[in-house]
Design a binder for this molecule. Structure first.
Ligand SMILES: Cc1ncc(COP(=O)(O)O)c(C=O)c1O
Length: 357
C-alpha cells in the first residue's frame, strides 16, 4: 500500500503508540482527579501543553486543548456571532459551514490559490471584527500571506484567526511573528492521534463546549491525555522529516515531467507547502483516477467529501479555476513514510493509463 494522503491524516507513529501502550498507567487516570493516577496523567498533559506552546512560540496558558481543528475553528467563530467577518472562499469546511454567511465576506483566490492582501484591505470596513485566513491550503498547498495580514491588522481593532493545520510542522510558526489572536492546529496531521487539536488564544474566550471546568473554563470535557502526548512528540519528528518530504514531492514532479502523462499542476510550486501536490489530469475524472489508483494500492484524494459514493469537486480548485478542472484533479500529499521508490511506482501506474487508452 502506498499512502499519499497525509493531508487527510498522517500514518500513526509506531514509537509513540508503543510508548503509550508500554506506559499505559501514566495515561489511565483522569487528569482532574486528585489521586496518584490523576496526578500522573496531569503531569503528561501539562508537559505536552508546554511542548506544544513552545512549538508555536507562546506560553502554555494560551493553549486550549480541543478535539481537533474543526472544534477550534468553530470555537473561534462562536465568539463572533452577528459580527462582520472576512474570510476566504478556500477555507476548510469547518470554517465555511460554521460561519454566518450573511455577515461574512469571502475573498477569492487567484489561479495560484493565493488570496490578495490588497483585496482584503479593500474589503475591511469599520464594522469588521474578525479576519480568518488559513496558513496553508489543504487542497492546493498554497501558502497564504498570513504574516502580511497580521502586520496590516496589528494596530486595528480587528481580531485575526489563522487555521494553521496544514502548515504545522511544515513551516515555522510563531504566533507573535504572525500577530494572530487565534490559531487552530490538529494533532493527527503530523502523526498524532485523530480527535485532538489545539486552539491558541491570547484572548479570553467563552467555552464552545460547556460543562466541566477543564482548560481553565474555556473548554469542557475530560482531557485526551494520549492525544496531547502524541501531538507534542510528533512535532519535533515532523520538523526533522521536512527535507525528506520536500525531496519526495520534488521527485514526483520531476518524474511527471519526464513521463508521457498529460497533466498540469494546480497552483504554483514557489508558494507551496512541502507536502501537498494537486494535479489536473485533463483526460480523466477524479473519481475514476482515485478508484484506479486504489485498485493498484495507491491512496490519494480529491475534493473534500464523498456523498453517496460520488465525489464533490473541490471548492478550492473550482475557486482557482473552474468546476470542470476540479472534477479532473487529484491531490497527492506526502509524509514521513514515503520514498522515491513509491513515487516511481505511482508514476508507472499513472503511465499505465495511457497504455489502456
Ligand atoms: C486546513 C484544515 N483545517 C481544519 C481541519 C480540520 O481538522 P480536524 O480533523 O482536526 O478537525 C483540516 C483537516 O482536514 C484542515 O486541513
Amino acid at each position: 500500500m502506498i499512502y499519499f494522503d497525509y493531508a487527510a491524516t498522517a500514518i500513526k507513529r509506531e514509537e509513540i503508540l508503543k510508548y503509550i501502550w508500554e506506559n499505559k498507567e501514566e495515561f489511565d487516570g483522569n487528569p482532574d482527579s486528585l489521586h496518584a493516577k490523576g496526578r500522573a496523567s496531569k503531569k503528561i498533559l501539562e508537559e505536552s501543553r508546554e511542548k506544544i506552546a513552545q512549538s508555536i512560540g507562546t506560553d502554555p496558558k494560551n493553549v486550549i486543548f480541543t478535539s481537533g481543528a474543526s472544534e477550534s475553528n468553530n470555537t473561534v467563530l462562536s465568539q463572533f456571532k452577528n459580527s462582520k467577518i472576512i474570510t476566504s472562499a478556500i477555507e476548510h469546511d469547518s470554517i465555511l459551514k460554521a460561519i454566518d454567511k450573511e455577515n461574512s465576506i469571502f475573498l477569492a483566490a487567484n489561479e495560484y490559490g493565493i488570496i490578495s492582501l490588497e483585496d482584503l484591505k479593500n474589503k475591511i470596513t469599520e464594522d469588521t471584527k474578525l479576519v480568518s485566513i488559513m496558513y496553508v491550503n489543504n487542497e492546493s498547498g498554497a501558502i497564504q500571506p498570513v504574516k502580511e495580514i497580521g502586520e496590516f491588522l496589528k494596530d486595528k481593532d480587528i481580531c485575526f484567526h489563522v487555521d494553521a493545520v496544514q502548515a504545522y510542522g511544515h513551516l515555522d510558526i510563531d504566533v507573535n511573528e504572525i500577530g494572530c489572536d487565534f490559531l487552530s492546529l490538529s494533532g493527527h496531521k503530523i502523526g498524532g492521534l485523530n480527535g485532538f487539536g489545539i486552539l491558541y488564544s491570547r484572548k479570553n474566550i467563552n467555552p464552545f463546549i460547556k460543562g466541566g471546568e477543564q482548560e481553565k473554563n474555556r473548554r469542557a470535557g475530560t482531557s485526551f491525555v494520549a492525544g496531547a502526548y502524541a501531538m507534542a512528540e510528533s512535532f519535533p519528528k515532523t520538523i526533522k522529516e521536512r527535507e525528506k518530504i520536500r525531496e519526495v514531492k520534488t521527485y514526483f514532479i520531476e518524474k511527471l515531467e519526464k513521463s508521457k502523462i498529460n497533466y498540469q499542476i494546480n497552483g504554483s510550486m514557489e508558494n507551496s507547502s512541502d507536502h501537498i501536490l494537486n494535479i489536473y489530469f485533463k483526460d480523466y475524472k477524479s473519481d475514476f483516477l482515485l478508484t484506479y489508483l486504489d485498485m493498484q494500492g495507491i491512496c490519494a484524494s480529491a475534493g473534500s467529501a464523498c456523498r453517496a459514493g460520488s465525489f464533490l469537486p473541490s471548492h478550492v480548485i473550482t475557486n482557482m479555476y473552474d468546476e470542470d478542472r476540479a472534477r479532473h484533479s487529484i491531490r497527492f500529499s506526502f509524509g514521513y513514510t514515503n520514498t522515491k521508490e513509491e513515487v516511481d511506482k505511482a508514476i508507472e501506474v499513472l503511465e499505465g493509463l495511457n497504455n489502456e487508452g
